[in-house]
Ligand binder design. Sequence first.
Ligand code: SF4
Ligand code: SF4
Length: 456
Amino acid sequence: MWPGIGRFLRWRWGRLTLQTVTLLVAAFVIYDGLTGPQRAADNLATVTVWLHYRGVLVLGLLLFGNLLCMSCPFTLPRTLARRIAGRGRRWPQALRNKWLAICVLIVYFFLYEWLDLWASPWWTAWIVVGYFSMAFLLEALFAESPFCKYICPLGTFNFVSSTISPTQITIIQPDVCRTCVGKECINGSAQVLGCGTELFAPQITSNLDCTLCLDCVRACPYENVALPYRSPVHEIAQPGSWPRRWDVSLLVWIFAFAGLSNAFGMVPPVFELQLWLAGVLNTTSEFLVLLLIFGFLNVLLPVVLALLVAWSSRAVVKRNEPLRVSLARFTPALVPVAFAVWLAHYGFHFASGALSIVPVTQNFLLDHGVTLLGEPDWMLAAIVPMGWLRPLEIVITLIGFGVSLYVVGEIGRKIRPKPFPLIGQLPWVLILLLIAAVGIILFNLPMEMRGTVFFN
Ligand code: SF4
Ligand code: SF4
């Protein structure tokens, strides 16, 4: 682990210190969300969660790793629950996969559009309360941190994104692990917890399911666990890093298409589509119209395209293998371009409104009689010239596309006993092209500003 930062993170109270900071932020979010002005751009809840949290999240994942899970405040009541209730029962076998997480993620994306969560301080505050409650309840009832591993939509987003992060938990000397009796990195000891999501450090090949809590680092009595930098494509370009499971593969496809649909939800064509669909169905139900649009974009389209791409790739090379295996082989290559779309979108909002936290905080303090920071300056918003944003979004998407293409080639080259034929890689190249092209088209449309006030 790195000097300075490494010592802090390894320190017994390092994570707790980070979590205390985010816990305080969460407390302000809940308080201002429930009692403050119910206008998105003026409220700490909406500005902090939908502008800053998401911007910091994607930048953290890109530059470091799963920082937000590492400093997640929701695990504090979870730890308390574990101490009160002891180790609970095992999470049901039927739910030990990503299906539930996929469902929760889809519901979350739908609620985001239907309830305009980004515009509602009140809803934002209740989401945070709900997170704390669920984490506490599930940890009190079950072992194995089921909330993080099997349910949390933020964790699910972070797990997929962190597969291209530049860090990964790694052991230093395999021989030390071979002779280790206690396996404290996973089992824990009387003083320290083992891995909450039950990953065994010597066998880790992926960041999927790693919350970067560093409990394994602190638990290993031989100081044999490290968090070194790695190539961002180290994991996804390596066949066999991920389990070949339907749920894992489809999660990535839904992650990719939800990135596009999330951006689509903010540009003019979505409103025209809503009107058209409402007219065709002769309905005034926004719920029904949005359910059809986002059900199609986030579920039906990715699932059908995933099956089609995997099937056509298998068919052209005449491989006799389960479709599940064909799908899993190149699915990791979707992550760079999919993450690039999320990064471009969230980065756009963050870059165009990051400084708005200053006047919003000033306003919050003034409302509570604190004049320390003076009058709010509502002109503060963007951290880069607005003219840069669109080119930056396009460049980010193109870089993601380029990295995805490279990963397809690398996976194909490493397939044994002989490389996967180029013709079989073509359907995957086409789907990457489609994702990047749609992303660039969306980023070229006027995008609704969320959580930011602009004065001309
Ligand atoms: S990482 Fe540490 S605790 Fe885990 S098996 Fe290796 S030596 Fe043992
Ligand atoms: S492997 Fe487990 S204990 Fe180690 S950082 Fe990841 S989640 Fe935490």
